[in-house]
Design a binder for this molecule. Structure first.
Ligand code: HEC
Ligand code: HEC
Length: 364
């Protein structure tokens, strides 16, 4: 019975796409920068009666459909306790940023990526890079930077890489990255910085939303659902066994309906995935530009209606296909991994360095 309902929903969602291939997004070059506003859930919409499934701890389960794409166990916009809290508005702004990043902060998001494209259900979905309880794990050592990262540092990194905020060699990227390590008083900044830093209002608001998601969790206690989008070490293929051609066949079979032949994303109901490649995608310094990191996301979170159908191997081949496509270059890759060894799957880094080891580095 459950399976039938799911199938019916799947057919309802996919039918218009399959029937009208012409509806796929325009090609990357000509695509106008139109950002669809999310349909924001209304009060009461995520009440006990509004869903028929059990939550997995605090999270929306992975085995749901596009219909649950906006289900949010914790929704700041409908949480009346925030009305009387001093940081209520900041948390709400953080949520809006998280779920509609390019529209809410075009200055820091030249890409078409929204945080929630990768952190599904606004960071509240099982096996889709959930973020509930994460805030208390910071500060945390960051292998790529070789120093401890506050939550704010981490979010600045998300902007630089996953949102491709660094999009030119002369825009002060490196200075801002360094400034991020040392919080500056607002008075020390004459103008708005060209890039986000730990004091940017967007970063502060996103931090507030992520802290809100972690209220009630013990700082330093790793939530059991954290960092689970990973293929176990013994199932990782050697890099030279990754086969983008096989990955392309899988993409055509299982992904193209929603992501489009050009990878730019197709409107599915009120959802649209972010660009998987091309100039509006994440840059080559992002965690998702690492073979195993991307494969770990795909393995457990995609295809959207049937996550888990891909084998470990196939998830890695399809990841290699996506990574074989062009994407923006992060200018400062040579500043990364100065202290810790370069992970073997960092596709765009110096793969010829002598000391290539490990897959344990924290991706973003
Ligand atoms: C039924 C539609 C559907 C199918 C099929 C599907 N996806 Fe997705 N995918 C989505 C949606 C929608 C999102 C964005 C989720 C959100 O914003 O809530 C997404 C997000 C992603 C992301 C995060 C980055 C981004 O650009 O949005 C990746 C990577 C991804 N999908 C890969 C795949 C791969 C690989 C396959 C095939 C194995 C696949 N998807 C199949 C709908 C789909
Ligand atoms: C292209 C996909 C992508 C986008 C877009 C993205 N992230 Fe992430 N994010 C990741 C990946 C991959 C990780 C690493 C997850 C892991 O270690 O298992 C991550 C990790 C994080 C973490 C650390 C979580 C933890 O528990 O340690 C934070 C915080 C975070 N992201 C915030 C954001 C914010 C805020 C945005 C938007 C400004 C954003 N991300 C956009 C892919 C993405």
């Amino acid at each position: 019975m459950k399976a039938l309902v799911k199938l019916a929903l799947a057919v309802a969602v996919l039918a218009p796409i399959v029937a009208a291939p012409g509806c796929s997004a325009p090609s990357e070059e000509t695509a106008p920068l139109v950002v669809a506003l999310p349909r924001v859930p209304q009060p009461g919409e995520f009440g006990v009666a509004s869903h028929t499934y059990e939550l997995v701890g605090p999270l929306v389960p992975k085995t749901t459909t596009m219909v649950t794409a906006w289900d949010l166990p914790q929704n700041p916009l409908t949480d009346i306790t925030l009305d009387t809290r001093e940081d209520g508005e900041r948390i709400k702004y953080g949520f809006r940023l998280f779920t509609n990043t390019p529209a809410e902060t075009p200055r820091y998001t030249p890409s078409g990526m929204t945080c929630a494209n990768c952190h599904l259900n606004a960071g509240q979905r099982e096996l889709a890079l959930p973020m509930v309880g994460s805030a208390g794990m910071f500060p945390e050592y960051n292998n790529r930077a070789g120093r401890r990262f506050s939550l704010e540092d981490r979010i600045v990194g998300c902007f630089y890489r996953s949102e491709n905020a660094v999009h030119g060699p002369d825009n002060g990227g490196l200075q801002a990255a360094r400034a991020a390590a040392v919080p500056q008083p607002a008075s020390a900044r004459n103008n708005e910085p060209p890039l986000p830093d730990v004091n940017s209002e967007e970063v502060v608001a996103l931090t507030a939303y992520l802290r809100y998601l972690s209220e009630g969790y013990t700082p330093g206690e790793d939530p059991p659902w954290r960092k689970k989008n990973r293929i176990s070490r013994e199932d990782l293929l050697p890099i030279d066994a990754l086969d983008p051609t096989r990955g392309e066949a899988i993409y055509t079979e299982l992904c193209v309906n929603c992501h489009g032949p050009d990878g730019q994303g197709v409107q599915v109901g009120d959802k649209k995935a972010g660009p998987l490649w091309g100039s509006r995608s994440w840059n080559d310094g992002a965690g998702m530009s690492r073979y195993y990191t991307l494969a770990g996301f795909i393995r457990y979170a995609m295809p959207y209606l049937d996550p888990g159908v891909l084998s470990d191997e196939d998830a890695q081949h399809v990841s290699a296909f996506i990574i074989s496509k062009p994407r923006p270059s992060y200018q400062y890759k040579n500043e990364d991994y100065q202290t810790e060894p370069l992970p073997i799957d960092a596709a765009f880094y110096r793969l010829d360095v002598a000391e290539v080891a490990g897959t344990g580095s924290q991706p973003h």
